[in-house]
Ligand binder design. Structure first.
Ligand code: HSE
Length: 427
């Protein structure tokens, strides 16, 4: 039986999972594709750790660049980061090797350079594990939905943030308490910045957008806001209006411009995405012929991510070289990215106001002056900084008008703290 020779660089959680999968399911894979997948080297500084996975010493290298001098068909880059990983991938491509990576940050920021290089050298660069862990969402876009124009993507694609928001929703605890719990359980890193500030999801939606809308979308093209300022009060008030709060990644065509954003979003509580809880991920993709489709599963962790990496290795083994759309390499006019001020959305606004006659009238006058129409309104008898929360949702309005109206409202002497604003997506 033929074999495909695979070299793995980086043997942390995901790399270890890939080694285990390729050993444990060796026969299953060989029976399925008629080819063996052989690990010819594993590179990691921690040689002992690799040995414990059952890799013989002669196949272990303590340095990724040294490993690249060895022969193989496919290099699997699993070290992460955007510096050494980039050099490793470029060097592997230069040597004519196919490459598999899970590195969303690298693809989001340097995808254009890397895919162009891979194309020039006639090799594949595959990246199923970069988005949604074990969920084959890249494959769905590249293959299952290949006949459709993609119209929108809405995803819960950061498990850590989703775990934190789920805990806050179900237990009424604060962001800080939920984050601590996530760290104790190993769901959040010691430095949780990328997850809670939305950048991990931004990298992922940049990758999905590039695949779907035929333009290179980078992290800098994504409007990003994290979940740190979400309070149990806003989660509870959202519930009273029929919404749940999720960190949503959205990419969609609006008036022939591409709108790409990641931010806490209120979504209808009876929508299926509202029931994606804990560390789970889900991605809704709408195509012009297929309509809405939904992909759900574990978005992180050793085994699910290894499952995605190995699916790429198998693709290469069976000659499925398709990676990113051809149109990306044409010098055509690029789709414009919509500026955040131009987003049209419904909004949730929570004012902290003095409880006295005329306050609601003053707020609604300013909103009316900006042409903003109130959909629902509610005042609660809860003391916040000596005032009460006055909450409104709006009909769709332009973000720039909302921000200008809020600026003016926040200058009123009856407003005691900065107004909390959250976008609503009716899905
Ligand atoms: N840290 C990510 C998450 C998983 O919490 O979803 C890796 O992308």
């Amino acid at each position: 039986m033929d074999s495909l020779k695979v070299g793995i660089i980086g043997c942390g959680t995901v790399g270890g999972g890939v080694v285990k999968l390729l050993i444990e399911n060796r026969e299953v894979i060989a029976e399925r594709i008629g080819k063996r997948i052989d690990i010819v080297f594993v590179a990691d500084k921690d040689v002992e750790k690799v040995k414990k996975l059952g890799i013989p010493e002669e196949k272990i290298v303590d340095n990724g660049f040294k490993a690249l001098e060895r022969k193989c068909d496919v290099v699997v880059e699993l070290i992460g980061g955007t510096t050494i990983a980039k050099e490793i991938i470029l060097s592997a491509i230069e040597k004519g090797r196919d490459v598999v990576t899970a590195n969303k940050a690298l693809l989001a920021d340097y995808g254009e350079e890397l895919f162009k290089k891979a194309r020039e050298k006639g090799v594949s660069l595959k990246f199923e594990a970069s988005v949604g862990g074990g969920i084959p969402v890249i494959k769905a876009l590249r293959e299952g939905l290949a006949g459709n124009k993609i119209e929108r993507i809405c995803g819960i694609i950061n498990g850590t943030a989703n775990y934190i928001l789920t805990e806050m929703t179900e237990k009424g605890i604060t962001f800080e308490e939920a984050l601590r719990k996530a760290q104790e359980l190993g769901y959040a890193e010691a430095d949780p910045t990328l997850d809670v500030e939305g950048y991990d999801a931004a990298h992922k939606i940049a990758v999905l957008s590039t695949l779907s809308f035929c333009r290179w979308v980078k992290t800098e093209n994504v409007y990003v806001r994290g979940i740190k300022d979400i309070t149990p009060l806003d989660i509870e008030l959202a519930r009273e209006f029929g919404y749940k709060v999720k960190l949503l990644a959205i990419s969609k065509l609006v008036d022939e411009e591409l709108e790409v954003r990641v931010h806490p979003t209120m979504i209808p509580e009876n929508h299926i995405l509202s029931n994606v809880n804990g560390v789970f991920n889900a991605c809704l993709i709408e195509g012009d012929f297929v309509g809405d489709t939904l992909y759900y599963g574990k978005g992180a962790g050793e085994k699910p991510t290894a499952s995605a990496v190995v699916s790429d290795i198998i693709d290469i083994a069976i000659g499925n070289r398709y990676s990113v759309p051809e149109c990306l390499f044409k010098d055509e006019e690029k789709l414009k990215i919509k500026a955040p001020e131009e987003f049209i959305s419904s909004f949730y606004l929570r004012f902290t106001a003095v409880d006295k006659p005329g306050v609601l009238a003053k707020i609604s006058k300013i909103l009316a002056d900006y042409g903003i129409s109130i959909k629902m309104a509610l005042q609660k008898s809860i003391d916040i900084n000596g005032g009460v929360p006055v909450v409104m949702t709006t009909h769709p309005a332009c973000k720039s008008k909302i921000l200008k109206a809020i600026e003016e409202i926040d200058r009123l002497d009856v407003i005691l703290s900065p107004t909390f604003v959250c976008m609503i997506e009716e899905l």
